[in-house]
Design a protein around this ligand. Structure first.
Ligand code: SAM
Ligand code: SF4
Length: 347
């Protein structure tokens, strides 16, 4: 049985009686769920051209994913992000969003968000809003049509831009995520930031991480964000601000545009000391750290019994093994720090 949850706080939110605390005293209150490892794009830093995906029969059903999420919520998870692969290509995905949205209504979940490449947003933006999603991350690394095709291999930029328009019209707040890529979009970061701020979007840049084998060499792609920041500072005033979204980005306000810009720096400035998250894959594997191989199988306890005691104990045991942090290295001849791709673990 799921443990009974707690009592409303002053803001009316239900506080969990229990919270998940790791061996380093960090509270784990954020779950990212990769609902599929499949995607309709093949971004060069994320996937190889010919990816092998999991056989569909290995996937947890949407009902199983929902049950797993509900147990995490009862154990103290307050924020939940659906990701992938491309979460919006999983068949029936809105069924899961609707079910999870109910936890927002009850006040047990503070926020339900999604990270998407935007290709299916025109279709789903309104439903996302109706089911309780208020903020989404849309990944786009360039606004140049040819570069977009080169980076995503299979993507069509107009579809993503139309999707963002639909999301805006539906009332969803948008954060743009762009991976900084040496020699590819480094000359565009400033103009993308200005564009994003004009649209009323937050803009976050990310350092590429050594996850999974890809066709290209990561050392050729890697651009430290210290360089990006230094270049921006030559033309803009960047003021550090304490704004937080529950994720690893550190934010600045760009005084000239009035917009917010985030920096996610897993390589140059490790953010593990404040890590509050764990990641669940579509097969029920829980990764306690994006950059480590250690994982816990939750599918077995999920399927072993109709009650949730086994699952609850397996989650506690997994959290007790959450490591202190990752140690990513990008060097010319180095193997990826972990063999699985970001699309498996969930970005
Ligand atoms: N398909 C969705 C999307 O692209 O937003 C969600 C999954 S994707 C794996 C999540 C995020 O991870 C995206 O912003 C993507 O750019 C980023 N990402 C993928 N591989 C990465 C890598 N090796 N290093 C850094 N970020 C990566
Ligand atoms: Fe697909 Fe997102 Fe990976 Fe691009 S970054 S290949 S859109 S999962």
């Amino acid at each position: 049985m799921v443990e009974e949850s707690g009592f409303p706080d002053a803001s009316g939110l239900i506080l969990p009686e229990k919270s998940l605390i790791d061996p380093f005293g960090r509270e784990v209150n954020y779950l990212r769920v990769s609902v599929t490892d499949r995607c309709d794009f093949r971004c060069v830093y994320c996937m190889s051209e010919d990816m092998t995906f999991l056989p569909r029969k290995e996937l947890l059903t949407l009902e199983e994913l929902e049950r797993l999420c509900a147990v995490f919520i009862d154990k103290g998870v307050r924020r939940l992000r659906l990701t992938g692969g491309e979460p919006l290509v999983r068949r029936g995905i809105m069924q899961l969003v609707e079910a999870l949205g109910k936890h927002i209504e009850t006040g047990k979940l503070e926020e339900l968000t999604i990270t998407t490449n935007g290709s299916q947003l025109s279709k789903y933006a309104t439903q996302l809003y109706d089911y309780g999603v208020r903020r989404i991350n849309v990944s786009i690394d360039t606004l140049d049509n040819d570069k977009f095709t080169k980076i995503t291999r299979w993507g069509r930029m107009h579809q993503v831009l139309d999707g963002m328009e639909a999301a805006k019209a539906a009332g969803l707040a948008i954060k743009i995520n762009a991976v900084a890529l040496k020699g590819v979009n480094e000359d565009e970061i400033e103009s993308m930031m200005v564009w994003a701020h004009e649209q009323g979007f937050d803009f976050t840049v990310i350092e590429t991480m050594p996850l999974g084998e890809i066709t290209e060499n990561r050392a050729d792609q890697y651009l430290p964000l210290s360089t990006v920041r230094r270049r921006l500072e030559e033309r803009y005033t960047l003021t550090d601000i304490p704004y937080k979204t529950g994720g690893p980005a550190r934010y600045v306000k760009i005084e000239e545009t009035g917009g917010r810009m985030g920096f996610i720096t897993p390589m140059t400035h490790n953010f593990c000391e404040s890590c509050n998250r764990v990641r669940l894959t579509c097969t029920g594997t829980l990764y306690m750290c994006l950059g480590k191989d250690d994982a816990a199988d939750l599918r077995e306890p999920l399927r072993a019994s109709e009650g949730n005691e086994l699952l609850s104990s397996a989650i506690d045991e997994a959290i007790s093994r959450k490591p202190k942090g990752h140690d990513f290295i990008i060097e010319r001849n180095a193997k990826p720090s972990v063999s699985r791709h970001m699309s498996t673990t969930g970005g």
